[in-house]
Design a protein around this ligand. Structure first.
Ligand code: ZN
Length: 348
């Protein structure tokens, strides 16, 4: 999201590869359990009470769904495929209908449905020997938290215990308390760091969706002095690293545009500007580097060590100790900050 988009195509591939397993293990258990334990209340809503069904589903397709279920030899889990493998457009178009906030929806049945979903999700999440949360994160191959770009995310197999582990968590893009029906949707699961997963504000705002959207050039990190003349050049105490008289801020370029508003909501939801206060020292170092390594010095290093660098950008990358190419920002934490501040300081 902070510049890092997770590949939607990769998720689609993963979904195709594992859908049958997912259906036959997670989803089937869930439906079977629900049918067994709800005294048919659930089924009454979905299969007998046309009005409730239509209210819940938001579309007048009761008849066609019943027919479809019959065509599938009544394998009842099929309806839910849509929530599991429906992409963000499907989820967005249905999310109001899938929310628990609707008046009809509050009740025993919904609580049960929610519990069943959560139980199955926990099973998926903790599964060790078979496909599950850690494998999903591993196959998506994301190195850094897409929400904050501050933490590495690793999957690994510990020496002593054979199961795949991951230090990443899975955020429910649409929160599970409000949208229990999307708790197992692969397209609703965003691998991220613990700070982002637990600190996220769930205020029902539409945020930047990392499988399809990113901040890109629509938002930049900037430094600003906390007081005094903004146009003033960096003072000596700042350059020496003794001053805290500045802040780092990520701002949308055009806060009134659609994308700008969404970006601002995402910045707020993940407390990005609060968290980046911790990186003043990092920016201070970049300032010093920008002073020392002006353009001609960088040219000089590049010419002097042709065997060390494939191109000039690699010299800047070495000086900044980070990736600064737009396609490579997902490889290391703070890369977006580094890229933007380098641009601001003229370290290029
Ligand atoms: Zn994060």
């Amino acid at each position: 999201m902070i510049e890092i988009r997770i590949s939607n195509d990769k998720l689609k591939e993963i979904e195709k590869k594992h859908w049958v397993w997912f259906r036959d293990n997670i989803l089937k258990n869930w439906i079977a359990k629900m049918i067994r334990e709800t005294d048919d209340k659930f089924l009454k809503i979905f299969f007998e009470d046309r009005d409730s069904f239509n209210k819940w589903y938001g579309l007048s397709k009761y008849g066609s769904v019943i027919q479809w279920f019959q065509d599938q030899n009544d394998s009842r889990f099929s309806l839910f495929k849509e929530f599991i493998v429906g992409d963000i457009d499907t989820l967005r178009s249905k999310k109001d209908k899938l929310s628990l906030s609707g008046s009809w929806a509050i009740g025993v049945v919904n609580k049960k449905i929610k519990n069943y979903f959560e139980e199955q999700y926990n099973e998926f999440r903790s599964s060790q020997d078979q496909w599950g949360g850690a494998q999903l994160i591993d196959e998506l191959d994301i190195k850094v938290c897409p929400y904050c770009n501050r933490h590495f995310m690793d999957t690994y197999v510990p020496d002593k215990d054979g199961g795949l582990k991951s230090n990443a968590q899975l955020d429910h893009f649409y929160p599970k308390d409000q949208y229990p029906y999307l708790v197992l949707s692969l397209y609703n699961l965003i691998p991220c760091c613990a700070v982002c997963n637990h600190g996220k504000l769930n205020n029902n705002e539409e945020l930047i969706y990392p499988y399809k959207e990113s901040f890109g050039d629509y938002a930049k990190f900037e430094t600003a002095f906390l007081d005094g003349d903004e146009e003033e050049s960096y003072d000596i105490s700042f350059l020496l690293g003794n001053s805290d008289n500045f802040k780092i801020e990520l701002k949308p370029k055009d806060p009134y545009s659609e994308i700008g508003k969404k970006i601002q909501k995402s910045i707020d939801a993940f407390h990005i500007n609060d968290l980046y206060k911790f990186h003043n020292d990092y920016v201070r170092e970049l300032v010093k580097k920008a002073i020392i390594y002006n353009e001609s010095r960088i040219d000089e290093i590049y010419t002097q060590y042709p065997e060390l660098f494939q191109n000039r950008e690699e010299v800047v990358q070495m000086i900044a100790s980070n990736y600064i190419g737009a396609d490579e920002l997902g490889k290391r934490p703070l890369s977006k900050l580094t890229k933007d501040i380098c641009e601001e300081l003229g370290l290029k």
